[in-house]
Design a protein around this ligand. Sequence first.
Ligand code: GLN
Length: 180
Amino acid sequence: MLPKKLGVLCLQGSFAEHLQCCVDLGLETVEVRDIESLQSVSHLIIPGGESTTMLKLLKAYGMWEVLEGRMKEARDLKIFGTCAGAILCSYLGLDVEVNRNGFGAQQASMIVALESEKFKNLQGTFIRAPRFTNCGKNVETLATLNGEAVLIEQDNFLAASFHPELLDETRVHAYFFNQS
Ligand code: GLN
């Protein structure tokens, strides 16, 4: 087992905001930009942004293969994916079908109150957010919007269709690193 070490994938998207959340929590965090830094972490946050672009960069830098190996074979990495990051989780084994941009275009962006037993008064920022459709039977729902799953957990995955890093909110990050 690797020592517990948190990283944020810093190739594209809202990684600066995630790094700030980690600073706010007082967590030492690795900026993951290459294979070496990717191999050094036990917990990885994949930010929101543009999943096609992020995937292209991950493949170009040889990091996608490492991610697949660690998630599907070694199973020694935990991932928290937000928005585009959640879409990438669905390619790495998270048992959910994802409808990209399912919450609408940029103009439909919104900040809304979510329902959650675990995180009271949780709000979500949705920006061209994916909809989670057909969650597998091992997927646990931690927060919903109008009854629809928006924060889910399964095995080594935690995935949010919204952006917890864009509001004054660190509980989901703390949960990811401390509980798992
Ligand atoms: N729509 C983007 C995608 O498909 C995700 C948007 C986001 O991360 N805010 O990758």
